[in-house]
Ligand binder design. Structure first.
Ligand code: DX5
Ligand code: ZN
Length: 219
């Protein structure tokens, strides 16, 4: 399975967002990761629909929108209309999971369920056949620059095994604390879409770092 890198804009220089997006485009990364936080589901507030619309206007990169909001069902369609190619929402949110998946797909985007570090792998099993991707948080959602939680590695492996037994090659995305060391751990158990913010934006040579964390490993 080819690995894909999704660069989190949370660590970009917001005063120079267009320049930062051009830097990501040139890095060879496959997607832009757009973290939406509402200050209720998580203890932080970022950016939302108007910013996504502007980003959509200036880039053709796939936009990987991660909703950390209390009621994703209420907003899913608007995020798709504003340019999301893939929408991830949390199973721990207040919205009905099946209904939210349906709305995202009907609006024309790919759909993904995200789980927090303390949520068990089994929580997503009954939805797997309807998903384009599963997002396993490897830090508590809310902030960039946190340390990877190693206890999440087992869960990534469990989900990959379950997908394999179901004959599904669904993407597993990991998000939080991904760098040149932790990327090896998550890829070895079957994650193939790696979100990275602070490591990539903090790198002198983003393209080189993208290649490094995207490199294939045996599993
Ligand atoms: C955290 C966000 C992440 C964050 C990752 O809640 O969902 O996408 O930007 O940042 P790093 O790579 O710095 O951990
Ligand atoms: Zn994210």
């Amino acid at each position: 399975m080819k690995n894909k890198i999704s660069v989190s804009l949370l660590s970009a220089d917001m005063m120079n967002l267009e320049r930062e997006i051009r830097r990501v485009e040139k890095s060879g990364a496959e997607m832009l990761h757009f973290d939406v936080m509402d200050g209720v589901f998580v203890n932080n507030i970022t950016y939302g629909l108007p910013v996504l619309e502007q980003v959509r206007k200036i880039t053709n990169m796939p936009l990987d929108v991660h909703l950390m909001i209390t009621d994703p069902l209420e907003y899913a369609e608007r995020f798709v209309k504003s340019g999301a190619d893939i929408v991830s929402f949390h199973i721990e949110s207040n919205s009905d999971t099946a209904e939210t998946l349906r709305v995202i797909k009907e609006s024309g985007a790919k759909a993904c369920i995200a789980i927090k570090p303390s949520t068990k792998a089994e929580a997503v099993y009954k939805y797997l056949e309807y998903l384009d991707m599963v997002l396993v948080m490897t830090v508590e959602p809310g902030f960039g620059g946190q340390s990877f939680i190693a206890e999440t590695v087992g869960k990534i492996g469990e989900i990959r095994k379950k997908l394999d037994t179901m004959g599904l090659a669904t993407d597993i995305e990991v998000d939080g604390g991904i760098n040149d060391v932790t990327s090896e751990l998550v890829k070895s158990v079957g994650a193939n879409v790696l979100v990275s913010g602070s490591y990539l934006f903090g790198s002198d040579d983003m393209a080189k770092s993208v290649r490094k964390i995207g490199k294939e490993v045996l599993r």
